[in-house]
Ligand binder design. Structure first.
Ligand code: SAH
Length: 220
């Protein structure tokens, strides 16, 4: 990666990113690896140029097609929760969106598979992640309701869109001992951690969140 390009000017400086990390620490994020990755991930390259000056605020921002790039706190919290039992080998993400959460997970796992249902977002994410050199990441355009069975089972699954109920296929593609972090609900959503032991799925409700809805089908 070109250092000049990434270091940017003013609003995209390391100092601005460090302020974001400090904010996340104050909000209770403890995992140093996660904080380090957030400090070094160029979030301004995952939003429109016109919004780049707001990229290191702890807020969700529009990315087109009615979708948003996740709030850094939420990305950090979900990543930390997913990794809380140690490193993961195969991880499935539902809702690539801008690819920002994908970029944060990439250096922390061995192989990452990510599914997006909106074609223009998928195409932009492919281009962006490729040009930034995220080479353990595989992206596909499809409806994440069905997971990505060809590469499963996964020892981690993370969803960035909220279904009313956790899709059966995602539960089925979770490996024994695996962990899934997913927002669940309609208007009132909760972040849920699901851990699998054999045929038993333990659920832990974490906190109230606000995600875009988990929708069926592919949109071109
Ligand atoms: N983590 C992403 C968040 C994007 S918003 C980021 O930081 O940019 C959530 C994304 O989930 C949207 O792009 C939306 O299109 C996608 N999505 C919703 N339902 C889906 C489904 N069934 N399959 C795949 N992607 C889905």
């Amino acid at each position: 990666m070109n250092e000049h390009y990434l270091s940017g000017i003013g609003m995209t400086s390391q100092r601005t990113r460090n302020r974001l990390v400090q904010r996340l620490q104050e909000a209770g994020i403890r995992n140093e690896e996660v904080l380090n990755v957030i400090a070094t991930t160029p979030r301004h390259l995952f939003v429109d140029e016109a919004l780049a000056h707001r990229a290191y605020e702890d807020t969700a921002l529009p990315i087109g097609n009615g979708q948003t790039i996740s709030q850094p706190y939420t990305v950090a919290r979900m990543t930390e929760t997913l990794l809380a039992n140690g490193p993961l080998e195969r991880v499935l993400e539902i809702g690539t969106g801008s690819g920002y959460q994908t970029a944060v997970l990439s250096p922390l796992v061995r192989t990452l598979y990510s599914v997006e249902r909106i074609e223009p977002l998928h195409n932009r994410a492919v281009e962006r992640l490729q040009s930034l050199g995220y080479d353990n990441v595989h992206l596909t355009l499809s409806d994440g309701t069905w997971g990505w069975p060809e590469h499963g089972p996964y020892d981690g699954i993370l969803a960035a869109a909220a279904p009313e109920e956790v899709p059966e296929s995602l539960l089925a593609q979770l490996a024994d001992g695996g962990r899934m972090v997913i927002p669940v609900g309609g208007k009132e959503q909760k972040l849920v951690l699901i851990t699998r032991r054999g045929d038993h799925f333990a659920r832990k409700t974490l906190e109230t969140v606000r995600f875009v809805p988990f929708l069926p089908g592919v949109q071109n």
